[in-house]
Design a protein around this ligand. Sequence first.
Ligand code: ADP
Length: 367
Amino acid sequence: MAEVKLESVSKIYDGKVTAVRDVNVTINDKEFVVLVGPSGCGKSTVLRMIAGLEEISQGTIRIDEKIVNDVAPKDRDIAMVFQNYALYPHMSVFENLAFGLKLRKYEKQEIDRRVQHAAKILGIDKFLDRKPKALSGGQRQRVALGRAIVRHPKVFLFDEPLSNLDANLRVQMRTEISRLHHQLQTTMIYVTHDQIEAMSMGDRIVVMKDGVVQQVDTPLNIYHHPANKFVAGFIGSPTMNFMNGTLKKNRHLVFQQDQSSFSMPVPKTLEEKLKVRGQTQVTLGIRPEHIYAHKHADVETVSPFTANIEVVEPVGNEVFVYFSTGTEMQYVARLATDSPPTIGKPFQLLFDTSKVHLFDKQTEKAI
Ligand code: ADP
């Protein structure tokens, strides 16, 4: 059982670099929470403060209600898995797994039992006599996981644990860690810069930027209801398309782009909100999968426009089509493979206007 609670937590390095600002997040018992954001946004610093590897400048961190600000890392009952595995090269897999338990003076029988159990869960029981250098990257990462598992910690912390693995192995280990979470039923906090990892693994995601939490929610809520333009652009691949526009009196959004302009009706769902706010300058966001080549039977509100096709990128089950609408701005649509457009030829595309997001142009907050 372990709940981890961060209350107004900040980290200021050397009295001047504010790496983390006023973070308030509660990670529930047994939850898998992913901290995600671009490099340098402060996610590792948050994790290291939870681990006790970094002092907390302001605020409090509680594990199961108990304030741990001044508790030594070894007494926090948490285990951390790093990106570089940090295995001892001169020790066998067994010894690597047993090391932490020996230090804590566990009995030999208990050490054996825990090591065998963890090795079995991770499928490395055949390699217990090998040295790390005789293992593949994936197997080494499993040993690093095993070393955390044998300790039966209250909380697992992961700092970009899959970054050193190739793409296929990363996908495989991703599902393995999710399975592990399901099996162990322990609180897990996972740091990554990879939004796909965050989306696929997290019960909830904490999106960070410049040391500040932008949004905390389930993957799907974050995808469908991003709190601001940053989150909208960071989550999802290819990324959401943005364009600035002006709201005209006839309730159309007009997008003026150099000489050309096009307009689309204000989506019903957003009309009221816009009216209340009296806003005229907005940024529109639309995900690549909400731009269509044909009208879908169940979609009522589309807004057609002519696209100049610049790049067509087949990715197997669909094509990513990069296009412009008369300016330097480039947009992308995800289309079915049946009738892909041709580069250089104008092509009619449709916006699903019921799916657009609007953001305040100044604050970038979702409207
Ligand atoms: P992330 O994990 O999101 O890549 P970090 O938590 O590692 O980000 O870093 C957040 C910010 O704090 C960055 O600007 C980084 O340069 C700075 N930082 C990290 N560690 C230190 C340190 N020991 N001393 C000074 N600044 C640091």
